[in-house]
Write a protein that binds this ligand. Structure first.
Ligand SMILES: [Ca+2]
Ligand SMILES: [Ca+2]
Length: 156
């Protein structure tokens, strides 16, 4: 039994509580945090708030959200450096793939600034799991992504 478990861990290659997909491991939080505290918790665990680099990865993240029943989840994007220009933190990687909802990002549309990225699968966005910029201080569940290689974001 122990051998079987050991073999399983080697095959999956991710810490307990993380899910392997492609060359990365993902962890869905069990608590709501601000964007900043979510990023900090991911970094304590050797990861970052997740980037979503393709439709295929978007589909995977949506699957994780449905599995955990978390309909609104922080991702690792901000437009902190240049308003309206979202990048993947913490390295400022360019977003080639995006999945923003209609009219987003809108920077709050006059209700106060919105600089942090999330996926919204709630009724607020017709359960469409589209991206939206929100107030970074809001509390939401979040998803961490740990790359096999720390430069994975840059090459991947
Ligand atoms: Ca903004
Ligand atoms: Ca918005």
């Amino acid at each position: 039994m122990a051998a079987a478990v050991g073999h399983l861990l080697v095959v999956l290659g991710c810490p307990l509580g993380w899910t392997k997909h492609g060359s990365a491991c993902y962890h869905m939080s069990s608590e709501k945090e601000s964007w900043f505290h979510g990023m900090t918790m991911c970094q304590i665990h050797g990861s970052s708030l997740a980037s979503v680099l393709s439709q295929e990865e978007q589909n995977f993240i949506v699957g994780l959200m449905k599995h955990s029943h978390n309909s609104v989840v922080w991702l690792g994007g901000t437009d902190w450096t240049l308003e309206g220009a979202f990048v993947w933190e913490p390295y400022g990687d360019k977003m080639n793939y995006t999945h923003f909802g209609s009219g987003e990002p809108n920077n709050g549309d006059g209700r106060g600034e919105e600089n942090c990225l999330l996926i919204d699968g709630s009724s607020h966005k017709d359960h469409a799991y589209v991206w939206d910029d929100r107030d970074c201080d809001d509390s939401h569940y979040y998803v961490c992504k740990q790359m096999d290689d720390i430069t994975g974001n840059l090459v991947g």
